[in-house]
Design a protein around this ligand. Structure first.
Ligand code: SPQ
Length: 426
């Protein structure tokens, strides 16, 4: 696909719904008792994988095009699926559903596409097996297809997490809700806390003190209405575009601003980007953000920054190509086990367009500012790499061709239309 070009971007975008919260709204709706209504659900491929997965597990779910209605069956009401469940490209679906199914006394098999089937699962299988479930990977590896023999006799766990991961934390929390007794999870660094928030929203009890989470099971949850805010990880592409494309001003409405997700706003501030928040809704953790073309300076991104912006690092790398000085990203080795190795993908694909970017063991080093040029690039089947490359292409007059452009449907099906809508004819 030939990518779009622009001399200036102006206008307003309503960013798509948050992917992490959309997944969890279906999961909580399914395991709660009673009806859950989800408004502004993200109909991207990943969240539809979760939705279809729970239908296969016997949960009645209806989508009238406006709202999703889930008739919750409770943890005990899930039924064995008749066939293995295909979770497509979605790491969140497979890892969180492993935690839920660990407590279901039947066999479930999950598999995915060629990318998901290469992602490591020991991080989730080890603590869940410690709790008494029996999870195994394909051919004695840690890779999908994953077979789960769940048990109605899950034991609580004390688990010190070796990596910062919301998916691992959430899988253990879903299992701990079903175990008899008190579990404690100690996070390496705080990661997104949507699961903890939704346990409370659905009537459960959980205590969080700094990096220590305490939860006592078994618990019964009750169906709720969930209004999903916009996804800051999707907004990130336009936050960066607004800052780096000349003569631009973009307003992003209904952006989720949960503090465990706003690392990119801190980085934009440190890099001197000109943006402001308005219409802040504390209850729904959302705001309108307006950003304009900015003179940027380099920064260092590391440590506790990383989990708060892990999915934004490819687009932040592009931002850094337009900033004065050397930007260093470190402690981000987790990028290697996403939909692709995002350190290699970001560095190799941006280098094809002339960026001065070098991979390191746990991140990248970027020299800016740099004039990008045309070329042939590849999303490598990774939605975030594909969207980052489209924003990069806006910076050059030369043609940029993108392979596997449809990867964006995973999290942002109308991405290219939204970019087109902002382009000014000059
Ligand atoms: O679901 P998936 O494929 O893992 O999605 C990604 C993404 O870029 O959309 C990562 F590839 O986001 C993860 C994120 O990196 C979503 C997520 C969540 O909803 O809990 C948590 C993060 O992963 P992790 O491994 O750090 O827990």
């Amino acid at each position: 696909m030939k990518l779009l070009q622009a001399k200036s971007l102006k206008g307003t975008i309503e960013v798509p719904a948050d992917k992490s919260i959309s997944h969890r709204s279906i999961m909580f709706g399914a395991i709660a008792n009673g009806t859950t209504i989800v408004k502004n659900f993200l109909r991207g491929e990943d969240c539809l994988s979760t939705l279809n997965g729970f239908k296969q597990l016997g949960v009645p779910i209806d989508d009238d095009g406006q709202t999703i209605t889930i008739q919750g069956v409770g943890f005990n009401g899930l039924k064995a699926a008749k066939t293995p469940i295909d979770l497509g490209n979605s790491g969140t679906s497979i890892r969180l559903m492993m935690g839920i199914l660990a407590g279901a006394p039947f066999i479930t098999t999950f598999y995915g596409d060629e990318y998901l089937n290469r992602r490591p699962m020991n991080r989730v299988m080890l603590p869940l097996n410690q709790m008494g479930a029996h999870l195994t990977g394909h051919d004695s590896t840690e890779y999908p297809p994953i077979t789960i023999q769940g048990t109605s006799n899950l034991q609580p766990v004390h688990y010190e997490m070796p990596i910062a991961s919301a998916q691992v934390k959430s899988a253990i929390l879903f299992a701990a809700l079903q175990a008899k007794g008190t579990s404690t999870i100690i996070e390496k660094e705080p990661s997104r806390n949507h699961t903890e928030q939704m346990i409370k929203q659905f009537g459960g009890t959980i205590e969080v003190e700094n990096k220590t989470i305490t939860i006592t099971g078994p618990q019964t949850l009750t169906g709720q209405t969930v209004i999903v805010p916009g996804d800051i990880s999707s907004a990130a592409f336009f936050l960066v575009a607004g800052a780096i494309i000349p003569n631009s001003q973009i307003t992003l409405k209904n952006v989720g601003i949960n503090p465990t997700r706003t690392g990119i706003l801190d980085v934009l501030e440190r890099m001197n980007a000109q943006f402001e928040l308005s219409q802040i809704d504390e209850q729904n953790e959302s705001a309108t953000i307006t950003i304009q073309t900015s003179q940027l300076k380099a920064t260092t991104i590391e440590g506790s920054d990383i989990p708060r912006l892990i999915d934004e690092l490819p687009i932040i790398a592009l931002l850094a190509t337009q900033a004065y000085g050397t930007t260093i990203i470190r402690n981000a080795e987790e990028l290697k086990v996403k939909e692709t190795n995002r350190i290699d993908a970001t560095c190799e694909e941006l280098s094809k367009l002339g960026a001065k970017i070098t991979p390191t063991e746990d991140g990248m080093i970027i020299q800016g500012p740099c004039q990008l040029h045309g070329g042939k690039v590849d999303s490598r089947g990774d939605h975030r790499i594909g969207m980052m490359l489209q924003i990069a292409a806006l910076l050059t007059d030369e043609t940029v061709e993108l392979e596997k452009a449809n990867a964006v449907t995973v999290s942002y099906p109308q991405f290219f239309e939204d970019v087109k809508q902002l382009i000014q004819e000059v």
